[in-house]
Design a binder for this molecule. Sequence first.
Ligand SMILES: [Zn+2]
Length: 284
Amino acid sequence: MESNVQFLTFIALLVCVPVANGWGIDGHLIICRIAQPRLSEAAADAVSQLLPDFAGGDLGSVCSWADRVKFRYHWSSALHYIDTPDDLCTYQYNRDCKDEDGIQDRCVAGAIKNYTNQLLSYRDHDAASQYNLTEALLFLSHFMGDIHQPLHVGFTSDRGGNTIDVHWYTRKAVLHHIWDDNIIETAEERFYDSSVDELVDTLQKNITSVWSNQAKAWAACTTTACPDAYASEGIKAACDWAYKGVSEGSVLEDEYFLSRKRVVNLRLAQGGVRLAATLNRIFG
Ligand SMILES: [Zn+2]
């Protein structure tokens, strides 16, 4: 009996370990589902060669892989976010892209640059052999999502909203989690028949209609990958929308949800368009 209780406690601890996730599973799925049909023939071919067999050709099914391996690949946990100075609402690569030990390039923008460079070796057999390009693809696809979650480019002292306790309607949550999961989940329940596919369809339609001009600008990048621009947008959105009007103990409900869900939809769409554009540039 006692060992049973210990076992259950152990399981409960496993379930409750606080993690600074990226978007939740749906956010990453949405971004990769938007990206995959936008791939050029060459990029689609490379992606299907690199995807692990268990993905069944579906990039969306492996876009949360990087969150699942955080504990096994302990070094990778600093690569999911960027801490910027409190209240400045700006981002600079040289100043901010480092981990807690101050090691440069260890942040989500640095990781996007690194995995982009690794994937550029795809057609060069000798260069490619030093990397695991399957993992590089899964990391890049995930981090392109994370950098579009506004609180993944947040303030240092509250760890991107992870230490700000609020209520989402009647439930307790931390602000970071509201942006990873709750806004998307509540939107799906209320407007999309609880279906992530319907949300993806709506965003796809918007990208080719109301957002079609903007979407061309989202995809533009004069080098192969442009994470610094996305991070700068991210901290601005964090200040203008995520942190705005929120303090410890705030109750966030319709007023917050209805005004922020369009920001979440926009960031998901941008993440998908840009992931596709980056893969298209990488694989030519
Ligand atoms: Zn992540």
